[in-house]
Design a protein. Structure first.
Length: 57
């Protein structure tokens, strides 16, 4: 099961901002895609979040 983040600004690195990010375990599997059935959906409620690793984008 992946985690799908939406509803905020997601900074992926210099020059890379996403509206949606799917993470499976510790790996980003999709940027600006759609939630999939079974995903844990996290609403950022307008918050800003940063990248998780040096090679996010």
């Amino acid at each position: 099961m992946a985690t799908f983040f939406s509803g905020g600004t997601i900074w992926c690195g210099i020059g890379c901002v996403a509206d949606y990010v799917r993470i499976d375990g510790e790996k980003i599997v999709e940027i600006n895609g759609a939630a999939q059935p079974g995903d844990n959906v996290v609403d950022l409620k307008g918050a800003f979040t940063g990248k998780w690793s040096a090679d996010s984008c």
